[in-house]
Write a protein that binds this ligand. Structure first.
Ligand SMILES: [Zn+2]
Length: 91
């Protein structure tokens, strides 16, 4: 059985992982930006993992895990099985 929860940003259904209860959906995870609205893309460093992020406009490195989606503060993490998890930061 696959558990789901609602995306904290757009309410879409998200597969639920106990470790990442505030995970946003894939659509929202693709809209990450910095505090100024500049788009950021998070990805794995290599097949064995590692987190890296770049600005979409010029490819410059973004060396923080904090990001924003629709103005909401989020945090990017590496998923245990590879891939990226974006979670909203609850106040
Ligand atoms: Zn969403």
């Amino acid at each position: 059985m696959t558990e789901i929860h609602s995306c904290p940003i757009c309410s879409a259904e998200v597969p639920h992982w106990e470790r990442f209860p505030n995970q946003v959906c894939e659509k929202c995870a693709n809209k990450t930006s910095d505090a100024y609205g500049r788009r950021i893309k998070f990805s794995n460093e290599s097949l064995s993992g590692g987190l890296r992020a770049f600005y979409l406009d010029n490819g410059a490195k973004y060396d923080r895990q904090l990001c924003y989606i629709d103005g909401k503060k989020c945090f990017a993490n590496e998923h245990r099985f590879g891939g990226i998890v974006i979670e909203i930061v609850k106040k």
